[in-house]
Design a protein around this ligand. Structure first.
Ligand code: BGC
Length: 268
């Protein structure tokens, strides 16, 4: 039987209708949390995630909002709080890639990545922190006033040619997360990042869809398998629960060893 260690808590997961966000929303729901499944397009996929979470006996609703739009974010939090009473856990997951060679990168490719990956995390974290402080502590639910999990990437550490906008946004998330952890630690708000490596999702189909691509990807992963959204979901449950009550300001890499630089196994 799955441990319902998040029961009674409410989580809002951005970009929760596909990929890592979907995996995280499902794991949090399975651990007993009420889940707000945020999406920006394809409502039917968000509904499928809601239905899956309900099948565990947890509550879930789908709410549409573009995380880079201030009004839409504010209104999403209002609706979520109206529905579930408060928010205990924010998973700042929504993110995208607009890859281009740097000398050909358009301002709009730069801006959309920054707006969603970085400004989106700012807008959602601000609403979550305001709600945590307004609600006040509920020790029987959690020792923390609230928990924020920022979806970062191995690319907050590993430079990435051809993806300068994306790597810059993830590098910025590291300072965003740590500065928030520093500013709100004394309020008992925990802020951490998950830094996934290659996880099999629609964002990186090119990296795994053919045997050749998958084989080349494996040369970067000592553990020799691609990650799954459920790998990230399990870590998100841990970071959202009191099992990690003494962890704040941490970037946790979950990457099959990508950040130990496999290329040096036989070189250097
Ligand atoms: C990117 C993926 C990539 C992975 C490892 C992630 O942050 O979104 O496209 O496969 O990092 O490089």
């Amino acid at each position: 039987m799955v441990d319902k260690k998040l029961s009674g808590q409410t989580a809002l997961v951005t970009g929760a209708n596909s990929g890592i966000g979907e995996g995280v929303a499902i794991s949090l729901g399975e651990a007993g949390a009420n889940v707000v499944v945020n999406y920006v397009s394809k409502p039917e996929t968000a509904q499928a995630v809601v239905d899956k979470i309900k099948s565990f006996g947890s509550k879930a609703i789908a709410l549409q909002a573009d995380v880079s739009n201030e009004e839409q974010v504010i209104s999403m939090f209002k609706q979520a709080i109206k529905e579930f009473g408060t928010i205990d856990i924010l998973v700042n997951n929504a993110g995208l890639q607009k890859d281009a060679k740097f000398d050909e990168m358009t301002l709009s490719q730069w801006n959309i990545v920054m707006n969603v990956n970085l400004t989106g995390q700012f807008l959602c974290a601000r609403e979550a922190i305001k709600e945590f402080m307004k609600r006040g502590p509920v020790p029987e639910r959690s020792q923390a006033l609230g928990k924020i999990i920022c979806m970062s990437s191995v690319h907050e550490l590993i430079p990435w040619a051809g993806h300068v906008n994306y790597a810059s946004s993830k590098g910025a998330i590291r300072m965003f997360m740590q500065s928030l952890a520093q500013e709100y630690g004394d309020r008992k708000i925990r802020v951490n990042s998950i830094c996934p490596g290659a996880i099999q999702t629609p964002i990186n189909t090119d990296a795994w869809a053919t045997p050749e691509a998958l084989n080349s990807l494996m040369s970067l992963i000592p553990y020799n398998r691609i990650g799954q959204p459920s790998d990230i979901g399990k870590l998100a449950v841990f970071l959202a629960s009191d099992d990690s009550d003494y962890i704040t300001g941490a970037s946790i890499f979950i990457d099959g060893g990508m950040t130990v630089f496999e290329g040096f196994a036989t070189g250097g």
